[in-house]
Each structure stands twice: as C-alpha cells, then as structure tokens.
Design a protein around this ligand. Structure first.
Ligand code: GTP
Length: 169
C-alpha cells in the first residue's frame, strides 16, 4: 500500500530541440514528425518501478520559445531533476543549455539534479561535437545522455539513471 512517491522532472531547452517529443516517446512510446510547439507548458505522468519502489514521474514539458523564458522558475523551482535538451544539429541550442545550467545553478534548489540530453542522434548532420558536450556536462556535474525521440535511443537509460539519482540523493 501507500501512495507512490512522485518525482518531478522539468524539461528545459530551446524551441524545437525535441522536449515534447522526448516526453511523448517516454510516456506514450510515440513520435510525431509534425509535433506542434508547446505553449507555456504541458504535463505528462508515467508510473514506473525503480529500485523496487512504485514511482510516479511527473514531467513538466516547458515551452522553448524565448517569449516563454520567464516562466521557467515556475516549473524548475521545486523540481527534483531538470532535463536540459539540445539538438545536436543546432549549435545555438547547445548555447541555450549552457544558459539554463547557469540559471539553475543560481536559482534552483541544491537538490535539483541536472541531466543533459543530446537529442536527435538519428540525424547525420551533427554540428555540436560530442566531446565538447560531454566535457561541458562533466564540468557542471550534470549527467549526459545521447537520445533520439524518433528512435527511442537512450531514453530508458536516461530516466532510469535520473530517477535512481533522485532516489539516492
Ligand atoms: P517547443 O515546444 O517549441 O519548445 O519545442 P520542443 O523542444 O518541444 O520540440 P518538439 O518535440 O516539438 O520537436 C520539434 C521538431 O523536432 C518536431 O518536428 C519533431 O518531430 C522533431 N524531433 C524531435 N525530436 C527528434 C529526434 O530525436 N529526431 C528527429 N529526427 N526529429 C526530432
């Protein structure tokens, strides 16, 4: 018995990097080539078992467009983990992850775990170097995963590690 523990995760990153698509892939095992931009934020939940415990994952999928930037704190303030997403074919989206890391270090609670997802690994025309991205993540104490919302690459692994590190913290 007992209520499942809820782990709250916020998805942050530039518009079009694939935040909604990662949430859809993880929660519904689906992918939409024509995924529409998120307005303000969307909410998803998934029940999972981690380390023998029933967990409810509460995912806040924020809107990446700059005009929604100021809403960030509403969603990351009490998050257990922040999933920072960039698109490996878009160098600006990687710069945006660096800005989010700075903002989270300054503004989010100490307990908020940072996880970086290098998304769209199924695409060939990479413009952010894998080495640079990994080094940046390590320098910030963030976990790092290669993902594709299209193929599902890396997502189970990412969430298993994320949820375990929240439970262990
Ligand atoms: P905002 O809501 O504007 O913040 O965007 P978002 O980060 O939620 O991106 P979204 O999931 O809406 O995806 C944007 C576009 O990229 C859509 O056309 C998706 O189908 C596509 N996309 C997302 N993830 C992937 C991926 O891993 N690979 C490929 N090839 N396309 C992807």
């Amino acid at each position: 018995g007992g209520q499942p523990q809820t782990i709250k995760v916020v998805l942050l990153g530039e518009g079009r990097v694939g935040k909604t698509s990662l949430a859809q892939r993880y929660v519904r095992s689906s992918f939409n080539e024509g995924q529409a931009a998120t307005v303000q934020a969307a909410f998803f939940t998934k029940a999972v078992r981690v380390q023998g415990q029933e967990i409810e994952v509460a995912l806040w999928d924020t809107a990446g467009q700059e005009k929604f930037h100021s809403l960030g704190p509403i969603y990351y303030r009490d998050a257990h983990a922040a999933l920072l997403v960039f698109d490996i074919t878009d160098t600006d989206s990687f710069k945006r992850v660096k800005r989010w890391v700075d903002e989270l270090h300054a503004m989010a609670g100490e307990r908020c775990q940072l996880v970086i997802a290098a998304n769209k690994q199924d695409l060939q025309h990479r413009s952010v170097s894998e080495e640079e991205a990994q080094e940046f993540a390590a320098s910030q104490g963030a976990a790092y995963f290669q993902t594709s919302a299209k193929t599902g690459l890396g997502l189970e692994e990412l969430f298993t590690a994320l949820l375990s590190s929240v439970l262990d913290s």
